[in-house]
Design a protein around this ligand. Structure first.
Ligand code: CS2
Length: 487
């Protein structure tokens, strides 16, 4: 079978880009060329190239592994994006990615791309844990392995902060204008946070560079949204049917997508609004809405669902009792949000529930459950603290937190062990490994440095509520605890 390496090879219902990729140069370097990037920013860029042209194609960089490079480079960056919405399935071939550099096998190429005057924007989806930023100190975290290694050898970086700083240093030295840095991970005030990490990293090696970055480089914040499961063999087979070509880079995603971006670009940008992106002055209210309602409910249902043997989000939503608790969680999160011009939060909530129910999307609860210590603060604990402060009902957040704690035990009710897949997995294991009671486990996890804010750890009401729910989850089992919670 032909490979999807030329648009001319495509036969089938997949839509082709409306532009000739050969006629457009690269203007974006993207760090983290995984499924989410291919379903989200690359699709918007494809729309922008089709509508307004420009040299805005993407050079992808994988920081770990060679899978994306191995899949996409033999295909000249082409891949099928299968969008599964309520109005059916639509497939399109995306041509926005030019190539993918695997940083693990080619240490020089990422820096060359970052230093190139052609590059005007660097976007990132590297997951929360890859940044190495101490969120409390708003500074680089020297205890993060990539940060410490890159601080020792700043001219030969492999981590996110090290690469950005060295790329910017090379540009400054060459008299090249800087690029905009656009963080697309689900972190609170993501642009602001990344700027703090980058500037602090730079300050540790070169004060003048830190000052130049502060003055010249922009780090807009943005809110990204599109539910995108990891691709499976089935995804590749579906793509083959829709394009008549073998495609090892295909991705399946939902129909919905959203991108709200702070309009602060120091060196130009694609016309992403052609794909529906919204440019605003202040992203924060959108970000809070999405992190607390969508991602918060996602984490809650992932822990409950995984421990109830529901492999996919759609299975969770098919359990009416658990689905009602998901709705309850979203409603509680909704109460912590500021009003947002033009957005009806009830409608947003109902649409989210509909998206979670999407039977065509196989989104694993185990996938969402990973990296809990990186996700919980902005998704669950911040709205919990706000609710506590305003005298609201903290129970939904305590329930979600207890479910995460039950998950941290690392063992299902039938004794089956599973990996937490959390960067603090060992620390969690050594803290709670020998403990048995809900009270002890909750106390040990509450004392993990940097995770829970003092408002929560010092609130007897919160502590009681979490420990009581965890007690039920541990002694009766997850599903019975869910049933009890819903009555
Ligand atoms: C999910 C997100 O894996 C997770 O933690 O909550 O990846 C979620 O699917 C996206 O943020 C949706 O935009």
């Amino acid at each position: 079978m032909k490979r999807l390496d030329r648009l001319g090879n495509v036969e089938g219902e997949a839509k082709l880009p409306s532009y000739d990729p050969q006629k457009h140069g690269c203007g974006i370097v993207h760090l983290g060329a995984g499924a989410f990037h291919r379903a989200h920013q690359a699709a918007y860029t494809d729309d922008a190239l089709g509508a307004a042209g420009g040299n805005w194609r993407i050079t992808g960089v994988s920081l770990r592994g060679t899978d994306a490079a191995d899949a996409l480079n033999p295909q000249n960056g082409l891949y099928t994006l299968i969008e599964r919405g309520i109005d059916g399935t639509h497939a399109r071939v995306i041509a926005a990615i030019d190539r993918v550099i695997a940083a693990s096998t080619d240490r020089k190429a990422p820096l060359e791309a970052l230093a190139s005057p052609q590059t005007r924007i660097v976007t990132l989806t590297v997951t929360e844990k890859a940044y190495g930023i101490d969120r409390a100190a708003m500074a680089a975290d020297p205890s993060h392995p990539a940060v410490s290694a890159d601080l020792l050898e700043p001219r030969n970086p492999a981590g996110v902060l090290g690469l950005l700083v060295e790329g910017l240093r090379l540009r400054r030295a060459a008299g090249t204008a800087p690029f905009t840095v656009l963080c697309c991970d689900n972190l609170p005030e993501n642009g602001f946070l990344l700027k703090a990490g980058v500037v602090d990293f730079a300050r540790r090696i070169d004060q003048g560079l830190a000052e130049w970055i502060t003055a010249e480089v922009t780090f807009p914040s943005c809110m990204v949204d599109r539910i995108t499961p990891a691709a499976t063999q089935q995804t590749l087979e579906n793509a083959e049917r829709l394009t008549g070509c073998e495609d090892r880079g295909a991705i399946e995603t939902e129909g919905f997508r959203q991108w709200v971006i702070e309009d602060d670009f120091c060196n130009g940008r694609p016309q992403w609004e052609s794909g529906g992106a919204l440019f605003v002055k202040d992203v924060k209210p959108y970000e809070l809405m999405k992190l607390r309602m969508l991602n918060g409910a996602h984490s809650m249902l992932a822990y409950c669902g995984y421990l109830s043997d529901y492999p996919y989000v759609r299975d969770v939503m098919a359990d009416a009792t658990l689905a009602a608790l998901v709705d309850r969680h979203m409603e509680a999160a909704q109460k912590t949000l500021p009003r947002l011009e033009g957005i009806d939060l009830d409608t947003y909530r109902h649409d989210l529930l509909e998206r979670f129910r999407n039977p065509a999307i196989a989104h694993q609860t185990y996938q969402i459950a990973m990296d809990g210590t990186e996700k919980l603060p902005q998704r669950i604990l911040a709205p919990a603290a706000d609710t506590l402060r305003h005298g609201g009902d903290i129970r939904p957040f305590a329930f979600a937190t207890a479910a995460w704690m039950r998950y941290c035990v690392g063992r299902k009710a039938d004794g089956m062990h599973y990996a937490l897949r959390d960067p603090r997995e060992d620390e969690i294991g050594s803290r709670i490994g020998n403990l048995n009671t809900a009270e002890e486990i909750s106390a040990a996890l509450h004392s993990l440095p940097g995770l829970f804010s003092a408002d929560l750890t010092e609130s007897p009401e919160w502590r009681r509520c979490v420990a009581d729910i965890l007690f039920l989850m541990l002694t009766k089992g997850m599903l019975p605890a869910i049933r009890l919670e819903a009555t």
